[in-house]
Ligand binder design. Structure first.
Ligand code: FPP
Length: 253
C-alpha cells in the first residue's frame, strides 16, 4: 500500500476500503418492514411508511456518495393497491413529500430520477409531482435513481410480450429476431443494466414480483433489519458481502 492510500484509509476508515474494492454498478432494494416497524411501536402503519421515507433519503445519499451508478427502489407494487384505501392514499402522497424535501438536493447532486411503472394509474397529484421531478432531472448525468411505483414484473413482461407479438404481426420483427435483446428493449428498464445486487429488508425471502427477468444473475442479500431501521452502515454491510461473492454467470471461474 502506498503512503497516500494509507492516509486516506486512516481518515475515512472502512469506507475508503469499500470503495477501493469496487462498488456494484446497479443496486435494487425491496424496502420491506415499514408496517412491522410501526406495529412494534404501537403506531399506525403509515407512521412506518413515513419513517421508511427517511431511510430512502439516507440510502439514496449513501449510494451516491460511494459511487453507485443506479439505485432502484421498490416503492409501490401493482399488488399494493389491495391495501386499505387510507394506506394507499398515504403511500401515494409520499413521493410528493419526498420530492418536496429532496428534489433540490437531487438536482445539486446531479441525480437523474426515473419512474418504473404505470404512472397513468397514479392519482394525478402523485403523477404530476413525479413527472415534474423526472423532467427537472432529465439532463443530469450522475446517479440514476429509479423509483418503482405501481410496478409489477409480470405486468412489465406481459406488456413486452404483447409488443413483440404486435411487432411480429406488423412484420417489423421476425420470430428468429426474438432474443434477449428484443425483450430487454421492450421492458421498462430498457437501456439499464441488470441489478448487480438486490437487497431485501425485514427477513422476508422472496422477490415479490420485482425485476424477475432482470434479476436472473443478480446477487441477493437479505437482512432481518426493518426498512425504517436500515442505515448507511447496513447498506455498506450489504456492499461488502457483495464484494466477497464470486460471480460466474453460469460459467466457470
Ligand atoms: C413494504 O413494507 C413497504 C412498502 C409497500 C412501501 C415502501 C415505501 C416507502 C419506504 C416510502 C417510499 C417513499 C418514496 C419517496 C419512494 P410493508 O408495509 O409491507 O411492511 P410490513 O411487511 O412490515 O407490513
Amino acid at each position: 500500500m502506498n503512503l497516500k492510500n494509507f492516509f486516506v484509509r486512516k481518515e475515512t476508515g472502512n469506507l475508503a476500503e469499500l470503495m477501493e474494492e469496487g462498488v456494484p454498478y446497479h443496486v435494487a432494494v425491496i424496502m420491506d418492514g415499514n408496517g412491522r416497524w410501526a406495529k412494534k411501536r404501537g403506531l399506525p402503519r403509515i407512521a412506518g411508511h413515513r419513517a421508511g421515507m427517511e431511510s430512502v433519503k439516507s440510502i439514496t445519499r449513501a449510494a451516491d456518495e460511494i459511487g453507485i451508478r443506479i439505485l432502484t427502489l421498490y416503492a409501490f407494487s401493482t399488488e399494493n393497491w389491495k391495501r386499505p384505501v387510507q394506506e394507499v392514499d398515504f403511500l401515494m402522497r409520499l413521493p410528493q413529500e419526498f420530492l418536496l424535501m429532496e428534489l433540490d438536493t437531487l438536482i445539486k447532486k446531479n441525480v437523474r430520477l426515473q419512474i418504473l411503472g404505470d404512472v397513468s394509474a397514479l392519482p394525478s397529484h402523485t403523477r404530476e409531482s413525479v413527472l415534474e421531478a423526472v423532467d427537472k432531472t432529465a439532463s443530469n448525468t450522475g446517479m440514476l435513481l429509479n423509483i418503482a411505483l405501481n410496478y409489477g414484473s409480470r405486468a412489465e413482461l406481459l406488456a413486452a410480450i404483447k409488443q413483440i407479438a404486435a411487432d411480429v404481426r406488423s412484420g417489423s420483427l421476425t420470430i428468429d429476431q426474438i432474443n434477449e435483446e428484443a425483450v430487454n428493449s421492450r421492458l421498462l428498464t430498457r437501456g439499464i443494466p441488470d441489478p448487480d445486487l438486490l437487497i431485501r429488508t425485514s427477513g422476508e425471502l422472496r422477490l415479490s414480483n420485482f425485476l424477475l427477468w432482470q434479476c436472473a444473475y443478480t446477487e441477493l442479500w437479505f437482512t432481518d433489519v426493518l426498512w425504517p431501521d436500515f442505515t448507511k452502515e447496513h447498506f455498506y454491510e450489504a456492499i461488502r458481502a457483495y464484494q466477497k461473492r464470486g460471480r460466474r454467470f453460469g460459467g466457470l471461474k
